[in-house]
Design a protein around this ligand. Structure first.
Ligand code: SAM
Length: 263
């Protein structure tokens, strides 16, 4: 596969006529086998189903998918604490300020969607073709629900690319105010402590030690600040020290201020 060099065996499943063409061309592009039902010999199964596209993990017997309409994200949209929550403070959201934010580690687009509900215009970059397909499918389904459609239509664009190249080649009219980075957390020894969805991401993605390059490219690209999400006690991403940090219960947001040379 191009940018998501998977660690584990992976196949595509499509039991849905409507999505068959999309599944077929994805399988051909990524050189993955395509089946019409679950296949016991593959650890991870990328399923183009009748309700949604999802990634099924055989060992954990569960799937990840992107859902802006119900579940945790919809709940957080309603009850998450608005601009008083730590992520909003880290981004620097103030009354009347709706910055352009570039999320260079989109993943399952959860943080990006929270920021969008708080008024940020979001551009997302995700290097994994599987994860960016999950996000696109989440957006298509989200556009059918009134509540999420409004948030998504105010700016929520996804690019399947390596963010380091994306930032290096960005058009000067598209320079973001803020860049948000949420790298894969350092692996925990006790896997019971890692949520199932993160375990699936860890299985899907090969850990590449390019987080330092990502931060450097972001510091050269953002107009105002770069925000890096870390576990509370984790070291900073590189030796470059943040200007300040915002803490919540389990998470620390390191804030790096950039020069105004891009204004
Ligand atoms: C911990 S996950 C992000 C989770 C995300 N914040 C969310 O709320 O769902 C990190 C993601 O960053 C992506 N990533 C890491 N380095 C990247 C790069 N250089 N370019 C684009 N995506 C990258 C990985 O593929 C992975 O999906």
């Amino acid at each position: 596969m191009s940018e998501s060099k998977q660690n584990t065996s992976l196949c595509i499943i499509c039991d849905n006529d409507t999505l068959y063409e999309q599944a077929r061309s994805f399988a051909a592009e990524q050189q993955l086998p395509l089946f019409d039902k679950k296949n016991k010999s593959f650890e991870l199964q990328f399923i183009f189903g009748s309700e949604r596209i999802e990634l099924f993990d055989k060992q954990l017997n569960t799937s990840i998918f992107v859902d802006f309409v119900s579940g945790a994200l919809a709940h957080r949209q309603q009850f998450g604490g608005g601009r008083g929550q730590a992520i909003a403070k880290a981004i620097g959201l103030k009354k009347g300020k709706n910055p352009n934010v570039l999320d260079v580690t989109a993943g399952l687009a959860r943080d990006a969607y929270i920021l969008a509900t708080l008024g940020c215009r979001m551009t997302l970059v995700e290097k994994s073709p599987i994860l960016s397909t999950l996000i696109q499918n989440g957006i298509s389904r989200g556009m059918e629900s009134e509540q999420s459609a409004q948030t998504l239509s105010e700016g929520f664009v996804v690019h399947n690319q390596n963010a380091i190249n994306f930032m290096k080649n960005i058009d000067k009219h598209q320079i973001p105010d803020i860049i948000y980075i949420d790298p894969m957390y350092p692996e925990r020894k006790k896997s019971a402590l890692v949520k199932k969805d993160m375990q699936i991401l860890q299985r899907l993605l090969e850990k590449e030690e390019k987080d330092g390059e990502l931060l450097e490219a972001a510091l050269n690209c953002a107009r105002e600040r770069v925000v890096v999400k870390r576990p509370v006690h984790a070291p900073c991403l590189t030796e470059v020290k943040p200007a300040t940090s915002i803490l919540s219960k389990k998470t620390r947001y390191d804030i790096y201020l950039t020069t105004s040379s891009k204004n």
